[in-house]
Design a protein around this ligand. Structure first.
Ligand SMILES: *[C@@H]1O[C@H](CO)[C@@H](O)[C@H](O)[C@H]1NC(C)=O
Ligand SMILES: *[C@@H]1O[C@H](CO)[C@@H](O)[C@H](O)[C@H]1NC(C)=O
Ligand SMILES: *[C@@H]1O[C@H](CO)[C@@H](O)[C@H](O)[C@H]1NC(C)=O
Ligand SMILES: *[C@@H]1O[C@H](CO)[C@@H](O)[C@H](O)[C@H]1NC(C)=O
Length: 424
């Protein structure tokens, strides 16, 4: 019997080399051959007992036990844990509410039953050879050829003017309609220009709005405050990565001597004091430093109903690289120019924080996690807020209230505030 199977294998080998198949396909072909061969044997030996075999199958497996059917049972299927992780990442304390909306129980498994044997087989057959094809795919993103509509070319050029150089540049991602949020930030945490002797520059990053009225209002706002950077791409969630690339490009052109750059959002509360404390810590690296709330080993969400849906065509790898949540991350001043350069050779992905993770991985810059960066909405407590660097989901009313309370109780002793923050 072994000589018979050897003969078959040899035949298969000849056939496969003749057909010019790659090595991993050949291995799969052998495997397939073995399975077919054994199936034939099985049929030959058990031909006489066929009825018994099939009879047993029918009696043991009720249709309800087949995964295919039970997965359609809406009451039983929970959301993919990866989906939930991502919801928590983006929505913080509102995660439960979002989960209800985004995971109406049958979500991910909904697509599975419709996939036939043939498509599964084809997927298996093509898997493993993707390295080649994706390399050509992701070799280039579009060049970033957008023009600055609103610019502040002088804000970082304070050298020689008897002023401290900008130590930290904070780029707040916002959209046109959030006038109130920008105002609140300017009047609260964003109002600090010098913290612990270090100069901070807070700017707002925007794309262009299709709404002419909003566009005009933001232009006026820019004249008044001089803190808005805008390029002429359409500002939208799907274009968020363009805003990140714009930030890297702008920083490398107009603020190249800055020590650190932060990216955050307009619904965040940032504690500059704690951030500067971390950045001026002698242990904090001065270059190649990328810090925030770190995620490792997250899988792309393949469920089309998710807000963070990423089809294989867009990103084929089963895992994302490590990345820091876009709610707030900080990088050393050497990174923006290199990140901008790298973005021109990195395939576009609309999840801007993951995209930065991809660029940093290629640049061999490690992501650092820091417990001070909170992605969720932390309940307000005076001392807790003294310790942390970022917290999410703040309304303008809360921002003013926190800012006022932090100011009025300044000097209150908080336990452990001068200890270095725990790092992970
Ligand atoms: C895979 O890549 C190698 C080297 O880059 C190349 O020689 C080969 O032709 C590619 N194969 C396919 C199927 O594209
Ligand atoms: C810088 O400014 C300070 C006060 O703002 C002044 O005392 C000092 O003389 C100035 N130095 C130079 C070099 O202009
Ligand atoms: C992204 O910006 C580009 C350039 O302005 C625009 O053509 C495209 O429609 C935008 N995409 C979305 C989804 O808004
Ligand atoms: C960006 O890339 C170009 C060419 O690929 C190189 O000349 C330049 O030095 C790079 N700049 C940085 C900051 O790495």
């Amino acid at each position: 019997m072994s000589s018979q199977s050897d003969g078959l294998m040899m035949a298969l080998q000849d056939l496969s080399t003749y057909a010019g198949l790659s090595r991993h396909r050949r291995i799969k072909l052998y495997f397939l051959g073995m399975v077919l061969f054994n199936a034939c044997l099985y049929l030959i030996i058990y031909r006489g007992h066929k009825d018994v075999v099939t009879g047993r199958q029918v009696s043991t497996s009720k249709p309800h036990d087949l995964g295919v059917i039970s997965s359609r049972d809406l009451s039983k299927v929970a959301c993919d844990p990866e989906v939930i992780k991502d919801i928590v990442r983006h929505h913080g304390e509102n995660a439960k509410e979002q989960e209800g909306k985004l995971c109406p129980k049958n979500t991910k498994t909904g697509e599975e039953p419709s996939r036939g044997f043939l498509s599964r087989f084809l997927e298996w057959w093509h898997s493993g050879s993707e390295d080649n094809s994706t390399n050509t795919h992701r070799s280039l993103s579009a060049s970033h050829d957008y023009n600055l509509v609103l610019n502040e070319p002088e804000v970082c050029r304070t050298k020689g003017r008897n002023e401290t150089d900008v130590f930290l540049l904070v780029c707040v991602f916002t959209i046109h309609s959030n006038f109130e949020r920008r105002k609140a930030i300017r009047e609260t945490w964003g109002s600090q220009k010098i913290v612990r002797g270090k100069q901070i520059m807070t700017l707002f990053m925007l794309g262009k709005s299709k709404n002419q009225y909003h566009q005009r209002l933001v232009e006026l706002e820019s004249k008044r405050h001089g803190d808005i950077i805008m390029e002429d791409f359409v500002d939208s969630y799907q274009n968020l990565t363009l805003k990140t690339i714009m930030t890297m490009k702008w920083t490398s052109q107009y603020c190249s001597d800055v020590n650190y750059v932060m990216k955050t959002d307009d619904d965040m509360y940032i504690n500059y004091d704690a951030l500067i404390t971390h950045l001026t810590d002698p242990e904090t690296p001065k270059t190649k430093h990328f810090v925030g709330n770190k995620f490792s080993g997250n899988a792309p969400i393949r469920n089309p109903k998710s807000k963070w849906y990423v089809p294989k065509k867009m990103y084929s790898n089963p895992r994302y690289p490590s990345f820091c949540s876009g709610t707030g991350y900080v990088m050393s001043g050497d990174i923006p120019a290199r990140a901008y350069n790298m973005s021109l050779h990195t395939r576009f992905l609309y999840l801007e924080d993951v995209y930065m993770g991809l660029c940093m991985k290629k640049l061999k810059i490690k992501m650092t996690g820091h417990s001070g960066f909170h992605i969720d909405n932390q309940p307000y407590k005076y001392c807790a807020y003294k310790r942390m660097i970022t917290t999410h989901g703040k309304t303008t009313t809360e921002m003013y209230r926190i800012w006022e309370d932090q100011g009025s109780r300044a000097g209150t002793i908080c336990v452990g505030i001068h200890k270095p923050l725990h790092r992970h």
